[in-house]
Design a protein around this ligand. Sequence first.
Ligand SMILES: Cc1cc2nc3c(=O)[nH]c(=O)nc-3n(C[C@H](O)[C@H](O)[C@H](O)COP(=O)(O)O)c2cc1C
Length: 411
Amino acid sequence: METDRLFLRRWRESDAEALYRYASDPEVGPRAGWPPHKSVEESREIICTVFNTETMWAVVWKETDEAIGCVGYLPAEASNLTIAADECEVGYWIARPYWGRGICTEALRRVIDYCFKEKGFTTLWGSYFPDNPASGRVMEKCGFVATGEKVLCPHLAVGADRPVSVMRLVNNPIIIEKKDENTGFNGSPKREKSDTMHITRAFLEGMQEAAPQEVTLVHVIDRHIEYCTGRFACKRNGGTCIHNDDMREILEEILTSDLLLFNFPLYSYAMPAPLKALLDRTMPLSSMAMRKVGDRYEHPCQADFSRLRYLMICCCGFPNSRHNFEPAVAQFKLCFPGNHTIITVPESPMFNAPEADVVTKPRLALVRKAGKQYAETGTIDADLLAEIGSPMIPEETYAAIVNATTAPPAS
Ligand SMILES: Cc1cc2nc3c(=O)[nH]c(=O)nc-3n(C[C@H](O)[C@H](O)[C@H](O)COP(=O)(O)O)c2cc1C
């Protein structure tokens, strides 16, 4: 079987090394109820036994032709749940480097289609550990509904003593797909009239072209957000900050989002102060502990944010990108080391100058294309990003126009 980015095919012995590489990750198996693989041999053995069935597929990333996960279903007699003969239970996992890009959802949708159309199942079931909500969201996005039921699965190798939350999808030709929830923080004090918002609106339009999106846009300047007092009180009282302001609602919003968009003009080579205040106040979302990841330290998250994608759209007044955007870009990458995408656009006051339409309109068309690509694939081609980030008119011309319209006449 096939989807846009994936092949779903039978497991092969030659997948053993890839399987071991990803299934030995202690963050993967235990979340799904099985222990990490201990050797390539063990992975090969599992391919020849457990995976040697017509109800399980290797999830193969088309770009590299590598098996990066597994998806399938268990018929009633093999299910962990008590279900009828014309029902089945779905299961899936995906390698950690591929988390947060909608790959599980893409694979599961294809299997759902197969289960209903080819196998004629009437109802599909699925379960997940409540401390792995990302797994529940995969099903939710495919139309599954929480039953509210929590049951033990005594046959699981890991977690048999912990109840799983049960979800169900009834074969109904009109499956209402859950839309992705996107939260945008506009850091420009000019709100909708901001230069940056021209880019953001075009990007979101592009995303909408690919799939329906739910977007909550917060004009940060209108929110009551106190500065962090730096006393770490939130770490000592269960994640609650001493300030009772709009940040409480914003943190809730972040917890249920799939995408966080930071949209801002460059101020003193960085993000404007109100947006920085908001970023500082996300402190309750991480713990006080320090963990070494690669060659850097970070605070572990208090919740599972593996599904979250982070997008930065930053505009600026100068014509140059180099020696200008670097601090903002570096800060964003350090704050959100995984799943980030960064768009920078120089000469942006031109977006609010109708006489510049001849160059801004084609630029916005490129941004729209990037938005569509991002919604479809989770990334944007480097060439397209570079084109969007290049000056729209020659630097000197732009500087001369700005100086002629804004600079006081020389005495
Ligand atoms: C306080 C302040 C600081 C700024 N700092 C920079 C800067 O470091 N580099 C730059 O290229 N533009 C800088 N600008 C220009 C803005 O980034 C530019 O005007 C942008 O288009 C405004 O976008 P907005 O309409 O979305 O707010 C600054 C503007 C202000 C008001």
